[in-house]
Design a binder for this molecule. Sequence first.
Ligand SMILES: NC(=O)c1ccc[n+]([C@@H]2O[C@H](COP(=O)([O-])OP(=O)(O)OC[C@H]3O[C@@H](n4cnc5c(N)ncnc54)[C@H](OP(=O)(O)O)[C@@H]3O)[C@@H](O)[C@H]2O)c1
Length: 245
Amino acid sequence: MESNRIALVTGASRGIGAATARILAARGDHVIVNYREKRRRAQDLADEIAASGGSASIAGADLSDEAAARALVRDIVDRAGRLDVLVLNASGGLERGAAADYAMSINRDAQLRLVRLLLPHMPEGARIVFVTSHQAHFHGRKPVPADYEPIAASKRAGEDALRELIPEFDSRRIGFTVVSGDMIDGTIIVRLLERRDPDAVAARTEHGALPTVEEFATAVADATIGDHALGHTVYIGGADYLTHS
Ligand SMILES: NC(=O)c1ccc[n+]([C@@H]2O[C@H](COP(=O)([O-])OP(=O)(O)OC[C@H]3O[C@@H](n4cnc5c(N)ncnc54)[C@H](OP(=O)(O)O)[C@@H]3O)[C@@H](O)[C@H]2O)c1
């Protein structure tokens, strides 16, 4: 196993990002826990990782804000000199009061900008993992609950924009993997959706138990070491998506 890699997990103050950060740190990476506003939560996670023998630091940045993203990259380069693993996990659009164009701003534009800013600091062999949902990955091919439509469309646009960079990833010898999951059991997004649109969640659970956060985060962490072809997609849960796509 590789050790002492510098890994940035975006949106790691809670949920799948936090679980991924824990796994990467337990496997020996130094994990940079990015958060937007929940500094205390990010610091608690970094402290928890340190207490169990791992290495982590926190880095606040609203990635939809270009200046904040640039400052984040400068900070990583100043502190670590390079980045070996980038997990693009942060996502948004369901927040109460979010502007109409926010989903595209965070799920497409911010992802692409962060990758472009970091690429010059990622050595050969570095890895990028884009975290997405089946409802986004299969957008346009499978129905999506109305509330989730802008998120699905923008995350799919983000994935497409990143896939356009595959020739550049190739020439730089940088890995790129997409990890797509069904609704993940117990997450805040699914609980929110369940409150607004219970049938949408029931429609997924009728295919069987939803994957757990641990299961999905393990797949994301594994994608930073697996020997995948450039642009490979790893699917977690939702077998019905795969058989009828
Ligand atoms: N939940 C699911 O069922 C599910 C299923 C499949 C795929 N996924 C994917 O898994 C990923 C994580 O989902 P999740 O449910 O764990 O998310 P979540 O609980 O909503 O957590 C979002 C994280 O992203 C951060 N964040 C939000 N906006 C940000 C911004 N503008 N800049 C930087 N950080 C930002 C939040 O930080 P603060 O707390 O500081 O605001 C938080 O740490 C997403 O890409 C999602 O599409 C989720």
